[in-house]
Design a protein around this ligand. Structure first.
Ligand code: BES
Ligand code: MN
Ligand code: ZN
Length: 489
């Protein structure tokens, strides 16, 4: 989708999109009296989620002018995320009406700043038309291919800046969606590393990839155990954006879970729904996407991202329940379930992050527990932290991105569930509070470093299309992590 800024003039032609709040309907400054009366005739009330379609022939015109009205609800209750949803509905309506180029009239509500509105609209424009159709011989083309965002003179700088950022974020999110949607026979650890290298070349960050020998040399035993059964060998992917060379010791570390397929191993998963486990590298996709946006925008901070990519399969060379394994930190781990593999790879990855990369803040992102879906459903990412100040920054990022988060407690009693008499830790804490015990397992490897843990098991993959979210990979985390990084600048 082509998105561009256009200075508004009274004689603007073509098909248009108008956002109208409920309390604005009465005194709305309609571009033409005809638009106003047609809108009234349709009974358009500006309710949130309401859309209306008008078409009329202007004097001397050859084809009718089409108008999409999109309701925002009460302006006092408007948020950026509500605007995104309204925009998603409006763009889908325009597409359904076979409109090709749509011009959005200048934003006229003070409740949201023009730059943020432009960013949100550009994000939605890119996200709404996304389909994973790489393997289809016949692709369904969308008719809506171009959006012009009109602005008044004084909004020019803000709108142009907002559109640029929104496009970057939309693109990076769609890239993450592609990474998740690619099946595991294609998206192997090796391929994931190649994708990271390509993203680095495109957006301007450095990528280093370590193969097995080098990973072994680092002592990442827990990570390597998980990948032992698969012929698709592990890759440790390290991405670097050094945007603040004047403070080289300040480093934000992003760690993404990169299980390219999770069969469960010997603790095998039920057949039903196992195919969705190609999405078990959703955390990796989020950090690759976020690094892309961070580098593209040239954020003035140092960010290192790490993905310990591997595949959790079943074979004679795999690890077993009951095994006691080592880890990079030296802590030993008793395997209760080979299906609790994510925390093993993350334990080594976060330990690597704090000891080798010397990260001063760490965020890990992972499709870690089914329990997160039970607790919070598909709308909200579960978060654990050892640092409330850092969590406050994540809340700001959640507000900017519209990606919902909810903090779970980390009371000391929960840590007891990860204990065993035979090793320093065990890799499951039982069914109760499964999301919390999984997070606290990882906490044991971040040392004292301020840390956030994002469990995106519920939010990374969607079973259905909704507003601007296509089914399949959602790209969750890309925009959240970008705004989080931005909040630290
Ligand atoms: N990748 C899964 C978690 C998951 C489940 C993500 C459903 C998305 C949708 C993870 O590796 C896993 O299998 N977790 C187990 C942990 C258990 C064995 C302690 C789970 O949640 O059942
Ligand atoms: Mn698993
Ligand atoms: Zn998993």
């Amino acid at each position: 989708m082509d998105v561009r800024a256009l200075k508004y003039t009274d004689d603007l032609r073509g098909d248009v999109l108008l956002f109208v709040a409920e309390d604005q309907v009465e005194n709305y400054n309609w571009p033409t009296p005809l638009m106003k009366s047609l809108s009234e005739a349709q009974g358009f009330g500006g309710k949130f989620g309401e859309t209306a379609y008008l078409a009329y022939l202007e004097d001397g015109a050859e084809k009718p002018r089409q108008v999409i009205l999109s309701g925002l609800g009460k302006s006092a209750e408007l948020s950026l995320e509500k605007l995104r949803r309204a925009c998603g509905k409006a763009l889908n309506e325009a597409d359904k009406r076979k409109i090709q180029t749509l011009s959005m009239l200048p934003w006229s509500l003070d409740v949201l700043a023009a730059a943020a509105v432009a960013r949100a609209v550009a994000e939605v424009a890119l996200l709404v038309g996304y389909r994973f159709d790489r393997y289809l011989a016949e692709k369904k083309e969308r008719s809506l291919t171009s959006l012009q965002v009109c602005y008044e003179e004084e909004q020019e700088v803000d709108v142009i800046r907002g559109l640029k950022l929104g496009q970057t974020l939309g693109q990076a999110t769609n890239m993450a969606r592609n990474l998740v949607n690619e099946p595991a026979n294609y998206m192997t650890p090796e391929q994931l590393a190649k994708e990271a290298i390509e993203a680095g070349e495109q957006y301007g960050f450095a990528v280093e990839v370590l193969e097995e020998e080098a990973i072994l040399e680092l002592g990442m035993e827990a990570y390597l155990e998980v990948g032992k059964a698969s012929a698709n060998r592990p890759r440790l992917i390290i991405m670097r954006h050094l945007g603040n060379p004047s403070e080289p010791q300040e480093i934000l570390g992003l760690v993404g879970k990169g299980i390219t397929f999770d069969s469960g191993g010997l603790s095998i998963k039920p057949a039903q729904g196992m195919g969705a486990m190609k999405s078990d590298m959703g955390g990796a996709a989020a950090v690759i996407g976020a690094m892309s946006a961070i580098a593209a925008e040239g954020l003035k901070l140092n960010v290192v991202a790490v993905v310990a990519a591997c595949e959790n399969l079943i074979s004679g060379t795999g690890y077993r329940p009951g095994d006691i394994i080592g880890s990079m930190s030296g802590k030993t781990i008793q395997i209760e379930s080979t299906d609790a593999e994510g925390r093993l790879t993350l334990a080594d990855a976060v330990y690597y992050m704090v000891t080798k990369e010397k990260a001063t803040k760490v965020v890990d992102v992972a499709t870690l527990t089914g329990a997160a879906i039970i607790a919070l459903g598909n709308t909200t990412t579960a978060v654990l932290t050892n640092n409330q100040e850092l969590y406050a920054n994540l809340e700001l990022a959640s507000e900017s991105s519209g990606e919902r988060i909810w903090q779970l407690p980390s009371f000391p009693e929960y840590r007891e569930q990860n204990k065993t008499p035979y090793a320093d830790l065990k890799n499951t804490g039982g069914r109760e509070a499964g999301t919390i015990t999984a997070g606290l397992f990882i906490e044991a490897f971040v040392e004292e470093t301020p840390w956030l843990h994002l469990d995106i098991a519920g939010t990374a993959f969607s079973a259905k299309n909704q507003d601007y979210l296509a089914e399949g990979g959602t790209g969750v985390g890309v925009r959240l992590l970008y705004h989080f990084a931005e909040s630290l600048v």
